[in-house]
Design a protein. Structure first.
Length: 156
């Protein structure tokens, strides 16, 4: 399944002229210069190294991230050996990275505070943590909406 053009525009790591830090500094370290390039990377499947890069950025163990990506332990072991994630797994990793990057921005660059918020249960999300709620695209959008309300001081 190809991501929509809107979803691609909102994904981390897409370089855009005139934006500070465009294409760099995201939790995955992607350097795609155009949405079409990022789509091709997702369709090819991300390198397993990007999963480890995300683990380092978030401080979460790879096994916990795999759980959020709905990757069983044996599948994770196969991906480690092959060195590449499947396209659907890559898209789910990209979704988690997008949520993490937005949380870091909400907390003004403080990744530790962002992770504390992302891993704590939230009443607005049915007492689930924002990270766990982001296992689906719909859940991730709800977490992003919650972050938007927090950013603008709307009580949630």
């Amino acid at each position: 399944m190809k991501p929509s053009a809107r979803a691609i525009r909102e994904m981390p790591g897409i370089a855009r002229k005139g934006q500070p830090g465009s294409g760099s500094g995201t939790s995955l370290g992607l350097q795609a210069s155009r949405p079409a390039d990022l789509i091709r990377e997702v369709e090819r499947g991300f390198s397993f190294r990007l999963l480890k890069t995300f683990a380092a950025a978030t401080g979460l163990p790879v096994s916990r991230i795999a759980s959020l990506l709905n990757l069983p332990e044996r599948t994770l072991a196969r991906r480690r050996v092959s060195g590449r994630l499947a396209p659907d797994e890559s898209e789910r990793l990209l979704r988690l990275a997008r949520v993490f990057d937005k949380a870091v921005a909400l907390f003004e660059g403080d990744a530790t505070a962002a992770m504390a918020w992302l891993t704590s249960p939230r009443k607005a999300l049915g007492a689930e943590s924002p990270l766990a709620y982001s296992r689906t695209e719909l859940g991730a959008r709800e977490v992003e909406n919650l972050m938007g309300r927090l950013e603008y001081g709307v009580f949630s």
